[in-house]
Design a binder for this molecule. Structure first.
Ligand code: DX5
Ligand code: ZN
Length: 216
């Protein structure tokens, strides 16, 4: 079954608890952590992740768009995240970091910016529970889906299958009714959607609609 992870980045930050509850029924709540250094935007950190964890029963999928994730990622597991994604471009020791995230009890996930290829990381895949292929330049919601990422999604799926791995393949950025089928066809199975969910009149219905399209 495809998983749909609404991104709280596109929600009303003044009403985070209600916005988190509005998408109960989604698989995970995607929480974008940005530090104004790795990306040109600043969002939220550990205290807000802890508060979101208290506000919803949906598990938290934390996407860290930050420098020095080796130092900061473990605190997000302690704050209650069920999955923690770091960017390989920012990590000094991705294997050590993935093992630390797993040892602390969360799913370990690694993200690739659009210009980062998957091939150099083939041997790291067994260390991960999820691989995130960004389909926009990270930093902002509401950007247009990058079609040129479809071959990378396909190649990543081939590598996962070649090694018989269980890891999930997530896509993030510009995922909507118009693009989700292409992502699913290319081999993605976890779909982050910000504006396509929180921009809809009924966010919970938007999640169901995306899941149906991805499964078709
Ligand atoms: C972008 C974030 C995304 C963003 C997606 O850097 O990582 O999670 O919220 O928003 P949409 O779905 O609107 O592209
Ligand atoms: Zn994200």
């Amino acid at each position: 079954m495809p998983q749909i992870n609404p991104s709280i980045l596109s929600a009303d930050f003044a009403r985070l608890a209600e916005e988190a509850k509005a998408v109960e029924g989604a698989d995970w709540l995607h929480v974008d952590v940005m530090d104004n250094h790795f990306v040109p935007n600043l969002t939220l950190g550990v205290p807000v992740v802890e508060a979101l964890g208290r506000a919803t029963d949906t598990p938290l999928d934390c996407h860290l768009m930050i420098e020095d994730p080796d130092r900061w990622a473990p605190a997000y597991v302690e704050a209650g995240a069920g999955s923690v994604t770091f960017h390989v471009e920012a990590a000094a020791a991705p294997v050590r970091l993935a093992r630390e995230i797993r040892a602390k009890g969360a799913r370990a996930s690694m993200a690739l910016r659009p210009a980062t290829p998957i091939e150099p990381y083939e041997d790291l895949l067994p260390e991960l529970d999820m691989l995130l292929v960004m389909t926009v330049e990270p930093g902002f919601g509401g950007q247009a889906f990058l079609d040129v990422m479809l071959p990378k999604i396909r190649r990543t799926r081939e590598l996962i299958d070649k090694h018989g791995l269980e890891l999930w393949l997530q896509v993030d950025g510009g995922v909507s009714d118009a693009t989700i089928e292409r992502c699913a066809e290319a081999g993605a199975d976890v779909f982050v959607a910000g504006s396509a969910v929180y921009g809809a009149a009924d966010p919970a219905a938007a999640v169901r609609g995306l899941r149906e399209k991805a499964a078709a």
